[in-house]
Ligand binder design. Sequence first.
Ligand code: SAM
Length: 305
Amino acid sequence: MAASRGVTVFRLPPLPTIGEVIKLFKLKAVKQLSQNFLLDLRLTDKIARSAGNLKDAHVCEVGPGPGGITRAILNAGVAELLLVEKDPRFIPGLQMLSEAAPGKVRVVHGDILTYKLGQAFPNHLIKNWEDDPPDIHIIGNLPFSVSTPLIIKWLENISKRDGPFRYGRTQLTLTFQKEVGEVDVTVVHFTPLVQPKIEQPFKLVEKVVQSVFQFRRKYCHHGIRILFPEATRLEKAEQMLMLADVDPTLRPTQLSMFHFKNLCDVYRKMCDEDPSLFAYNYREELREKRRKKSNFKRTSDDDLI
Ligand code: SAM
C-alpha cells in the first residue's frame, strides 16, 4: 500500500515483468488457440481505465493469460478480482500474482463459457435493474472465437437478468482483435440499458438478426425470406418488409436499430397469428431436402445395380 494525498492507494510489490513471467513459466502463445499477449503497459492500463472507476470494485477478468491486464486492474485498487483462465499453463503465474495481492485475487482454472458467474460475487452487491450499475465489472481480452459466443450468451443473460446480470446492470469491457497478433485492439465498454430498444424475447430477436445477416453482402430481403417456409416465402417476406417499413434493397449493415425493432415487432405478430412459424428453421429444411435428394440418388443407384 502507498499513501498519496491522504488516500491509501494499492500498488503491487515489485514483480518480474510480463515478458519475464512468459519466459519463467515457458508460456508460448498457442496460435491455434488464438492466444496473443498484451505486454505494452500503456495498452493494458488503457483497457483497465476504459472500464471506468475500478476503485473498490469487484471484477472478473476472463482469460487473463500471463496477467498483463490483471496487473493494471489490481493497480486500479479493486476490492476483489476473480480470474477465470482455461489454459492450465497460466495458473502458476496467476497464483504468483495472487500472492502479491493477498486476499484480493481468486484464481479459477475453468472455461468462461460454462463458469457460473451468477454465483461468483456476494449477494449484498445485488442492485435493482433500474438503479445505477452494481460495482461489478467483467473485463477481458479474448479471441474472437470465444468472445462471439460469449457476447451472445451474455446478451441472453441481460434479457433474462440472470447469470452475471443477476446483480443488476453489470458492466463489460472487452477487447476485440481482428487478427491474431494485430497490435491495434478495439476496447468496447457495454452497460446494459434499463429499457431494451427491442421489447421482444431474446430468441426471436436473435432469429431475425441472424437471418438478416445470413447474407450480409446482399439485399436484406434475402435474409428475411428464410424466416418463412418455401411455399409462402416470397409473399410473406414482402409483407413483413412492407409492414415494418423497411426498404428491401438495403443491405443488412445499413439497417438501423429502428428497422430491426420494426422487423422484430412485425415478425412477432406474424408468429402470434401462425404459431408454427417460430419453430420453422430454414437450415433444417435445407438439410432435410439434401437428405431426401441423397436418399433418392442412393435408391436410384441401388436400382441400377
Ligand atoms: N488477457 C491476456 C492478455 O491480454 O495478454 C491473454 C489474452 S489471449 C488473446 C486470450 C486468453 O484467454 C488466453 O489466456 C486463453 O487461454 C484464454 N481463454 C481462451 N478461451 C477461454 C475460455 N473459454 N475461458 C477462459 N479463458 C479462455
